[in-house]
Write a protein that binds this ligand. Structure first.
Ligand SMILES: C[S@@+](CC[C@H](N)C(=O)[O-])C[C@H]1O[C@@H](n2cnc3c(N)ncnc32)[C@H](O)[C@@H]1O
Length: 292
């Protein structure tokens, strides 16, 4: 009988919990609709970010995107892709008040966190876009973005899913459509697989590698010339250590070459050999020694 009571109270509790979770999400979805610093699937934004941030700084209510002028950026624009709670958009915003920052993610309840902090702390140069990354080219004009940060994206470990990795050339070609020539992309990940994959892409396509370390908090890197204080910003997923690699990997590279589509096939062949490496992450997740 006692077990039955416990069973039912558990069910009621978990149903209540799910309800609460659902309600919390709905509250956050409703809140971001009112936030000036969150744009959901905005139309006609390419070339207007400079004007948008000027209005945001002035404290304008109900900024009319249609009325914003297309203009040359007066400040560098930095984009955080798959930003989740936007720790980088907000953290970089605190470090660099003379730049503008946009975090982009599909999940409104996650964006809510970063947008609420930016509002609370008066960071008028930090904003968020809720949309799909696959559609990112709809939101920025040619050369409008100076740098891109991608932190702890889903590593898409299955080789069959490699095209979904955010550093696959398929995505890099999208970024090139709005990134300044020679613009920089930063990747922070706990996945050895995604790190190796990205290094392979850089090498195969002849992109300029600026920094690569498999231990961003290791003393060797921290004492090196390459050390970058921006790497100290920690994200929610960084704290989860999902790949159990216990090491944060970091790559900084320039998207400074045309990415020939013919090389995609070669990449496919190379990563087919990565099947061994794929088990690297999976084994690590199970707390086992990874195979070399
Ligand atoms: C593993 S989380 C990392 C979040 C954050 N960067 C961090 O380190 O905490 C990956 C994020 O990517 C977002 N995401 C995945 N696919 C996406 C897509 N196609 N378009 C937009 N966001 C996407 C998810 O909503 C999620 O917030």
């Amino acid at each position: 009988m006692k077990n039955k009571v416990t069973y039912y109270s558990h069910r009621i509790l978990s149903r209540k919990y799910i309800c609460n979770m659902g309600q919390k999400k709905l509250i956050k979805f409703a809140a971001i609709k009112e936030y000036e610093n969150v744009l959901e699937y905005p139309q006609g934004m390419p070339g207007k970010w400079n004007a948008f941030f000027q209005e945001l700084a002035k404290g304008t209510n109900n900024i009319s995107l249609n009325d914003l002028a297309i203009s040359q950026p007066t400040k560098p624009l930095v984009l955080e892709l798959a930003c989740g709670r936007g720790e980088y958009a907000v953290g970089l915003g605190r470090m660099f008040t003379n730049q503008n920052f946009v975090g982009l993610d599909i999940k409104g309840n996650r964006i809510w966190k970063g947008a609420s902090i930016a509002n609370r702390d008066g960071l008028k140069h930090v904003a968020f876009v809720r949309t799909q990354i696959d559609q990112v080219t709809q939101y920025f004009a040619k050369n409008e973005v100076n740098e891109i940060w991608i932190t702890f994206p889903d590593p898409q470990l299955r080789v069959s899913k490699a095209k979904k990795r955010l550093t696959h050339p398929k995505f890099l070609r999208l970024y090139q459509q709005f990134l300044q020539p020679g613009g920089i992309l930063h990747l922070k990940t706990d996945s050895p697989n995604l790190y190796l994959f990205t290094k392979t892409v850089i090498e195969l396509f002849g992109l300029t590698l600026l920094t690569a370390t498999d231990d961003v908090y290791g003393s060797e890197f921290m004492q090196s010339e390459q050390w970058d204080e921006r790497c100290t910003i920690k994200t929610y997923y960084e704290g989860l250590n999902i790949a159990s690699s216990n090491r944060i990997h970091y790559i900084q590279f320039k998207l400074d070459k045309e990415l020939s589509i013919e090389l995609d096939e070669k990449l496919k062949d190379i990563i087919a050999e990565f099947e061994v490496t794929e088990t690297h992450d999976s084994l690590a997740r199970n707390g086992k020694q990874a195979m070399e």
